[in-house]
Design a protein around this ligand. Structure first.
Ligand SMILES: *Cc1c(COP(=O)(O)O)cnc(C)c1O
Length: 473
């Protein structure tokens, strides 16, 4: 009789349970691909969901537990998933995730993950070069865009204000950011202790891009008010409407004024892998730092984000001022212990999830994926433009589209109706769409993430929201 440890590590039960789990997930993929679930998102209320779960040992087999989780989860691989910018992850990348979970090689320290560390270095270098960041560029992977932005902004602070890490800062410093930037940028600046004034929100133009004239006047204004701006954060694109800031113009402005230029390309950086869309990323050659989520538009499971620098060695100044250029070259070039330059101590084997995709499909899959989701978004746009009662926030530059019913008696009425439409869509199923507020107007919002979605899925959604709007008129 095996003891509990021998049972728990038994390779035969692993194999048996593993096959069962793969069967369950393969069955999910088969059904999801053809939309064979009546709801993308289960509409159980948060309270009922709480009642569904407890931490008692149920005595049932593991497979029924996994099955119950599946039933109660949002199904991103469903072609009628058109909500937040979360990836319908590729099955091969999910397999690599399983591998990472079992091998558990902490990638912050070389000795704890030799393979995943070296691969991480190669992937970030390759990606930074694709962004045109130059011969010294490179970086590392970290857990999510939020943490990546904070890390890059801390590097900017360390480089521009070399005493800050030891002594803190007493004067008011700031970054210029678009008012449409992701909330995590504002958070990052507040974490640095610069308060609300640390993120100067620059007005956007009618396409929700940072208005570059307003950026220049905000810079002058800050100077007048005794605030020292140390850098500009551009969004590529912004989250709500998917609008790309004018990277070349902002980059040149930063160069001319000796400011750190950071590009938050969490969502859209992926487009460097598309020959037909990579010009959207023009301007990153000016960037001092760029971040990009592999877990958004590159189909890798969360969280997998690259932080890249024009001069990779500057990463060493982030958490240890002593280590910046004061260090001997050879030391500051240390790449193999990324814990020195990231927040994480223990880190996942993120790189193998990315490489599993490259090994399986080369860059072709990403390229085709990006082109296809853009094609579907164009179709969505064309269909909305045909409808008299509907309008877009702006013509989508990426695969994010914001649309609203506009035929109500006033703005408040329209907002109420759009909110009600979204609620009803979710409750009726199968679609999952989200909602956003841009400059006081409530928009329905879809990000086309699933390359198996078809034009007909979009047409059906538009028909459904039209019909609902009639009802709320
Ligand atoms: C998604 C997103 C983030 C946040 O990234 P997480 O990986 O969700 O932490 C930051 N900035 C932009 C522009 C984003 O689209």
């Amino acid at each position: 009789m095996k003891n509990i440890f021998e049972q728990a590590y038994d390779h035969k039960s692993f194999k048996e349970q593993g096959y069962q789990l793969i069967d369950l997930l393969a069955n999910y993929l088969e059904k999801a691909a053809v939309g064979d679930y009546d709801k993308v998102m289960p509409t159980t209320s948060p309270e009922d969901q709480l009642y569904t779960w407890d931490t008692e040992h149920s005595g049932k087999d593991l497979n029924s537990f996994f099955n119950k989780v599946l039933v109660n989860s949002t199904k991103l691989q469903h072609p009628k998933y058109m909500g937040h910018q979360v990836s319908p992850t590729l099955p091969v990348a999910a397999l690599a995730d399983l591998f990472s979970a079992l091998m558990n090689n902490g990638t912050g320290v070389f000795e704890m993950g030799p393979a995943s560390n070296a691969l991480e270095y190669q992937i970030c270098e390759m990606t930074a070069k694709k962004f045109g960041m130059g011969p010294k560029s490179g970086g590392f992977l970290t857990s999510g865009g939020t943490l990546a932005n904070l890390t890059a902004l801390l590097t900017a602070r360390a480089v521009k204000l070399p005493n800050a890490w030891e002594q803190g800062t007493d004067k008011q410093y700031a970054f210029l950011v678009s008012e449409q930037s992701h909330y995590c940028v504002d958070r990052a600046v507040r974490i640095m202790g610069w308060g609300a004034a640390g993120a100067i929100k620059v007005k956007t133009n009618n396409r929700f891009q940072m208005d570059t004239d307003s950026m220049i006047s905000a810079y002058e204004e800050a100077k007048k008010n005794g605030i020292t701006v140390i850098g500009v954060v551009a969004s590529a694109p912004s989250t709500a409407t998917g609008s790309y800031d004018d990277l070349p113009a902002i980059g040149k402005f930063c160069k001319a004024n000796d400011l750190w230029f950071h590009v938050d390309a969490a969502h859209g950086g992926a487009f460097i892998f598309s020959k037909s869309h990579k010009d959207m990323m023009d301007g990153t050659e000016y960037a001092d730092s760029v971040i990009m989520d592999f877990h958004k538009m590159l189909l890798v499971p969360a969280l997998t984000t690259a932080v890249m620098y024009k001069d990779r060695r500057l990463a060493h100044s982030t958490f240890n001022q002593q280590a910046s250029y004061l260090w001997a070259e050879d030391q500051s070039d240390e790449w193999e212990n990324s814990a020195k330059v990231t927040f994480e101590c223990t880190k996942l084997m993120m790189s193998i999830k990315i490489q599993a995709i490259i090994e399986s499909y080369g860059f072709e899959l990403w390229e085709k994926y990006l082109d296809r989701v853009m094609e579907l978004t164009r179709h969505f746009e064309e269909q909305i433009l045909k409808e008299e009662d509907w309008e877009l926030a702006c013509s989508p530059e990426a695969n994010i589209i914001c649309y609203r019913w506009k035929a109500g008696k006033d703005l408040a009425h329209c907002n109420t109706v759009n909110t009600a439409i979204r609620k009803e869509v979710i409750e009726q199923g199968p679609y999952y769409i989200v909602i956003t507020n841009v400059e006081g107007k409530t928009y329905l919002r879809s990000t086309i993430m699933n390359p198996l979605s078809q034009e007909a899925d979009i047409d059906e959604l538009i028909l459904q929201i039209q019909t609902l709007a009639e009802r709320f008129k």
